[in-house]
Design a binder for this molecule. Structure first.
Ligand SMILES: O=C[C@H](O)[C@H](O)[C@H](O)COP(=O)(O)O
Length: 232
């Protein structure tokens, strides 16, 4: 049998996540190429969801295009389910997220949810977080100081933070009007401590470590099928 491509694995887990969705409920929806398949599958449910709280303008547009009502996060005080991808996921369900720039809203929406179902292809599974450059959303006037703090080191590891840019060289601007630093070279042995430490720095809006709001389970797309990883 031919090997499935990374994109096919993303499609498999995106579709598989539908089994956790209860028709008629309001769910939280993440952002990214894997979530795009999940949204597609949501649109095909025979009994649809009542609505979704979205984590990005991109996902909002995709949901609305399928006729799925999008609610503001302020209108909802609890969600049973949040479904989103990850850039890396460790053996405890801690993740690096934000490769697509949506980390802040993803953290807000996932914080409302009882259960975080992560959907990812097998390349995202790591033993220690940090190979994928860590996205950090920052207020622009704090960029230089945050770059210096990572270079000086935090919790025994240091990294090189670089401003994320668009193809035309202009700074990438998030849905919240802020910038992103991508930090290379970190070894994140204690994701919870690192999340807290970086969150405390002035000017940091959101660090792309999801350790407080880690995944409850992960549907991992592997060449042998979809594996379900659960985290205690
Ligand atoms: O900001 C983007 C999100 O955190 C995504 O969930 C993450 O980057 C994974 O994206 P993809 O499913 O495209 O690999």
């Amino acid at each position: 049998m031919a090997q499935l491509s990374q994109d096919q694995l993303k499609a498999e887990v995106g579709r598989a996540a539908i089994r956790y969705v209860t028709p008629g409920t309001i769910i939280g929806v993440g952002t990214g190429s894997t979530v795009a398949y999940f949204i597609e599958a949501l649109g095909e449910m025979p009994s649809p969801v009542a609505g979704a709280v979205s984590s990005s303008e991109r996902s909002t547009a995709a949901l609305r295009a399928l006729g799925i009502p999008v609610l503001d996060a302020n209108e909802v005080d609890h969600l049973d389910l949040y479904v989103d991808g990850a850039d890396e996921i460790d053996p405890n369900g801690c993740m690096i997220k934000g490769g697509g720039g949506a980390l802040t809203r993803e953290k807000i929406v996932s914080s409302l949810a009882e259960r975080f179902v992560c959907i990812a292809d097998a390349s995202k599974r790591v033993d220690v977080l940090g190979t994928f450059p860590l996205p950090v959303e920052v207020v622009p006037m704090a960029e230089a100081s945050v770059v210096r703090r990572f270079a000086a080191g935090v919790l025994g590891t240091s990294g090189t933070a670089v401003l994320r840019r668009n193809d035309d060289g202009t700074p990438y601007v998030t849905d919240n009007g802020q910038h992103i630093l991508d930090v290379r070279g970190l070894r994140i042995d204690d994701p919870l401590a690192m999340e807290s430490a970086v969150n405390d720095w002035p000017g940091v809006v959101t660090v792309g470590i999801f350790a407080r709001q880690r995944a409850s389970l992960c549907l991992l797309g592997t060449p042998d099928g979809v594996a379900t990883l659960t985290f205690g």
